[in-house]
Design a protein around this ligand. Structure first.
Ligand SMILES: Nc1ncnc2c1ncn2[C@@H]1O[C@H](COP(=O)(O)OP(=O)(O)OP(=O)(O)O)[C@@H](O)[C@H]1O
Length: 336
């Protein structure tokens, strides 16, 4: 759906070239929620804004549905942008216009619809985002979550195939964030909408994304299915994001480990294995005693996963590990 081929971007600042995006090759499949995560200045906004050409690339090609976006003239670019919606951290609503008029704006600008058609579509969109009762209010009369719902309705007005989300939940509290992410999740499925979202929170990625790319200093340093990247992070930047999200402290863990004897392993269960009564069975069969040092069960999008850190004492620990692996549990040995 979205393809970056050797795309790079530099800005000129006081006569000096600043690289915001190093040469980037990327493929975002249709119908996916694709997350880009990185710290401030990593290049996320630049990459996102290259997709709808709010930024011009310094080199390379960007294809969207096989169309070379980088080659579009002004007229074709206007048409192309109607197929893309965008939502923003600070909502970017027009304060002087009602909720309904904000949502109607892209349709009026497109100039292809009658007043009655616009009214009908706006009513449908406001109903979909749960704001029918607020159509005549002004943005200042809404909560942050409601404002972002207006932003989403407006972004979807021209029936785009792609939605770009620029830190769309960063200004919201955790509960409102969850509601907005749930709405994006539903819209992705209902409309087969491709969503590209940027965030600095791993939890946002974990809740809604299918794939993730981790950015650091203008480079994509790690990329893949969220479950793979989240559960088995390889790059130090990714590990930091995951540890922050899991509220793990490497030093605290090391202190805990020094208090226990035996082999220390981290087990990762995914899907069905998460709820299987494996540990007791394997402990009985192999004579291994275990104590739990840390653990959690959660979801990555809709897939349950569990992670447990155990110390194993006595018995046949190697046999226990083999049995866990045979049951599709990933075993990392943290201390032999
Ligand atoms: N218009 C611009 N002119 C000059 N430099 C820019 C411009 N926009 C971004 N940059 C620089 O490019 C780099 C990447 O910025 P970008 O905004 O893409 O990062 P980001 O990961 O989105 O950060 P944040 O989360 O803070 O928005 C930074 O060093 C930034 O200072």
């Amino acid at each position: 759906m979205i393809q970056f081929e050797g795309v790079h971007k530099t800005y000129k600042v006081s006569g000096r070239e600043v690289t915001a995006l190093e040469t980037c090759n990327l493929h975002i499949p249709q119908g996916q929620i694709f997350g880009l995560i990185g710290h401030s200045g990593a290049g996320k906004s630049t990459l996102l804004r290259l997709i709808n050409r709010l930024e011009e690339p310094s080199g390379g090609r960007i294809l969207v549905a096989d169309e070379d976006v980088t080659a579009l003239n002004a007229k074709d670019l206007r048409r192309f942008r109607q197929g893309l919606g965008m939502i923003f951290q600070h909502f970017n609503l027009l304060a002087s216009k009602t909720v309904a008029d904000n949502v109607a704006m892209p349709l009026k600008l497109a100039g292809e619809h009658s007043t009655a058609q616009i009214r009908e579509r706006v009513a449908m969109l406001l109903d979909r985002v749960g704001l029918s009762d607020h159509a005549l209010k002004y943005p200042a009369q809404l909560s942050g979550g409601q404002k972002q719902r207006v932003g989403i309705a407006r972004a979807l007005a021209t029936e785009p195939k792609i939605l770009l989300c620029d830190e769309a939940t960063s200004a919201l509290d955790p509960q409102t964030t969850a509601q907005v992410l749930q709405l994006l999740n539903e819209l992705n499925r209902e409309l087969n909408l491709t969503i590209v979202l940027i965030t600095h929170e791993m939890d946002v990625i974990r809740r809604v994304c299918d794939q993730v790319a981790v950015m650091d200093a203008g480079l994509i340093v790690e990329q893949g299915q969220v479950a793979d990247v989240f559960l088995h992070p390889k790059h130090p930047t990714t590990r930091r994001f995951v540890y922050e999200a899991e509220q793990l402290d490497e030093q605290e863990m090391a202190n805990d480990f020094s208090r226990v004897e035996g082999r220390i392993v981290r087990l990762t269960f995914q899907g069905e294995a998460t709820y299987a009564p494996l540990l007791g069975q394997i402990a009985r069969q192999t004579g291994v005693d275990y104590s739990i040092l840390s653990g959690r069960i959660d979801h990555i999008r809709d897939t349950p996963y569990g992670q447990l850190t155990l110390s194993l004492v006595g018995g046949d620990a190697s046999a226990a590990i083999k049995q866990l692996q045979a049951a599709q549990v990933t075993v990392e040995v943290l201390r032999t």
